[in-house]
Write a protein that binds this ligand. Sequence first.
Ligand code: ZN
Length: 343
Amino acid sequence: MVCKISLFNLNLLPKSLKNQIKTLILRKKYLLDKEKLLYRQVRLSFREKLVRIFFGLVLSLVLATFYGIGFKNLFGSPKEKMLEAQVEELRYKYSLLVEDFNIIDKSLVGIVGAEDNIFRPVLDMETLTESFRQTGAGGSKKYEELEGYENSAIMISATRYLDELIRRTYVQSKSFEEIIPVAEDWKNRIEHIPYIRPVNVTIPLGDGIKFRNHPVLGISRWHYGQDFSAPPGTKVYATGSGLITKAAWTPYGFGNRVEINHGYGFKTIYGHLSGFNVETGQEVQRGDLIGLSGSTGVSSGPHLHYEIHYNGKVQNPLYFFDDNITMTEYNSMINALICDTLR
Ligand SMILES: [Zn+2]
């Protein structure tokens, strides 16, 4: 008969003997030889040992598998938990990116609106066509590479949005490349065109452009400028930026005169001066002091004679006053023009 010795049956033995038997019995099995009343160790054959080891391994494997599946289903593996956290974090970061894209989008819309309604109309440029605005728009195979993931939808959507913003920004930069030189040219043009009154005196003015009886010569002929009644020594300013092409006494009526070539087809003449503050060949800016008014040349009294020429033709200077003019002065100018027209 084969039997196992239970540890509980040893409790009544002395402690030292009990420990020896425990050590012995826990590791080995014994048979009781009833005839000799001795325990004999049971030795397993090699085959039996292999079978036991095999079944032990199978049992361990089955238990481990069930344990693993159960734990995984209930709680997930640590790696899965970490990956899920990373996916959630990426999803959140994508949502933040899309919010930033929306801000950039609104800014771009504002820039396009300013360009269409302000920049191009002011610069006399045509508005960009819709087909130009859509330059580079279209699908891309790179979005296909983002398919098949858990978050494919948000990844493709955000990437497509970013690409669209980049495309629109590029188109806008190309548009600005076209606008900037035109704007710089306009800025230069505005600085050079005669724009202000040459002397700081108030209107009413002297004679304008008209066919008149000359006050000194006593003959009828055209008066091609605008006269400004001004005391001798009144400061005379350049009405636009340009190059001094003459600063000298000249015959034929104007006495001491200054001429400025403003470019863009414009030239101004300042006559009857008492003195000069510039020399021929000098560059001046609008508002620079160029001389003092007087009554040199053929003149009936102290005043400034001022002419504007555009592409060789005389212009009425009153059309080029756009500085701080008052309503009274404006009405006076209009009346003067009406009188000139009637004459
Ligand atoms: Zn005059």
